[in-house]
Design a protein around this ligand. Sequence first.
Ligand code: HEC
Ligand code: HEC
Length: 456
Amino acid sequence: MVTKRLLATAATLLLTAGGAAAGTSELTCKEAVGKKIFFDQRLSVNKNQACAACHAPEVGWTGPDQEINKHGAVYEGSVMGQFGNRKPPSSAYATTSPFFRLVNVSDAAFAGGNFWDGRATGAKLGNPAADQAQGPFLNPKEQALPDAACVVYRVCNSDYGMLFQQVWPGACDIDWPTTIDFESACSNPSQGPFSLDAMTRAKVDVAYNDVAYSIAAYEDSKEVNAFSSKYDAHLNGKADLSDKEKWGLRLFNGKGKCANCHISTVEQKCAGGNDCVSSRCPDPVDRDRISCGKGYPLFTDYTFDNLGVPKNPENPFYGQPEGGPNWIDPGLKGFLSTRMDFAMYADKNFGKHKVPTLRNVDKRPYPMFVKDYGHNGYFKSLKEIVHFYNTRDKFPTCNPGDPGEKMTCWPAPEVSDNVNKTELGNLGLSDMEEDAIVAFMKTLSDGYRQYNQDSQ
Ligand code: HEC
Ligand code: HEC
């Protein structure tokens, strides 16, 4: 019975994505072209960096280099020496985020969007993940291409260019001006943006949107949003959690208060029932905490909070001219300040970051592989971050580098305004209770073997 339901869900996903692929593991054409783009290193100024450089499946769609994870947590861009300021969050389950919006005026509370600060709102392309996907290609700290025309040019002239045109008819019918040598101009980060005539620019813009929609379709595919963890199997009656995992789940939902923000149940449904045909819920909705998980829990409510995470002193952004040693990550405030309509709420959101999904939070290529956690990668293990939730306010403040740091004392928060003091800080968990919560989080990694074999 369960198997049938799973297959039916997968079939619905394929159909609603507009494709006719057979079998649950195959991608639709649109998803397949999105995948090609996601893994194409040529789509960076030096042809050396794909999206996957910072979002690799074997690491739960986040950074695959443990030397970086152990230290600054920020990944270098296509251009050597260029660093952004945050840790890559998971690019899986990003498509489940609702549109960015103000949910409560008196609390100045926001929800939704993509990025740690929600700034990919969904307002441009009707989908936060598609809005997001147009960022990295042109970000000088990431793929650093000088013009969107370079992305389109390289996609159209790739080995999957035909597939792209099949999915997006006419997208590559562009009269590339002979006055620009795209081969060399696109390999120079300081060349752009190019001056194109209005017709060509309009066509480039349309094709660039198609690139973004392709990526979002892939990110929304069953291959990326797999919902195939042990916990999912458990919810479907196909796997038993161990006693320790069950204990951890109870603590996660109860004493640890984790589920207040990282929602572990399927209470999140689209308004109007189970009509999640696309990745997003209809908007606006009549409730403030909603997102769309196709009937599975998403482990986030997409709101923003300041946990009081300390600085990561190794963040390379402190050494970048745009940052500097005194730089402070403003979180959501940074984005709100750029918006006339939201600037009045900026201060109340200083230091707040989006609640990340915990799906795949423990996914790693091998057990000793180091991942990092939080917007700046301050935490180097799940145990560490749980210990922080448990003891932030119980222990004294100490200087970074103190021998007791992370064990019996914590450095001051990066931003001391707006720190959430009601839901975390002194949870009274024992060491074994912390471990149980960690054990539970380990059940959230996709690709639980037992489950996949059974559901074939
Ligand atoms: C150099 C590393 C790097 C590259 C390359 C990169 N990203 Fe990211 N990605 C990040 C970082 C860092 C963030 C968070 C930035 C922020 O919040 O300000 C992020 C955020 C995201 C998010 C938001 C997730 C969420 O839940 O809000 C998605 C989705 C994503 N990236 C997808 C992509 C795609 C698609 C590409 C290729 C077009 C890409 N990334 C290329 C580092 C990278
Ligand atoms: C008040 C809301 C809230 C509560 C309660 C909460 N979290 Fe979080 N969680 C967040 C936010 C916000 C972040 C990102 C914070 C940042 O980086 O500044 C986060 C980050 C995390 C991360 C890092 C994920 C990543 O990809 O970097 C883990 C792991 C985590 N939380 C686990 C837990 C556990 C376990 C509990 C319960 C003990 C818990 N959270 C309770 C809001 C919450």
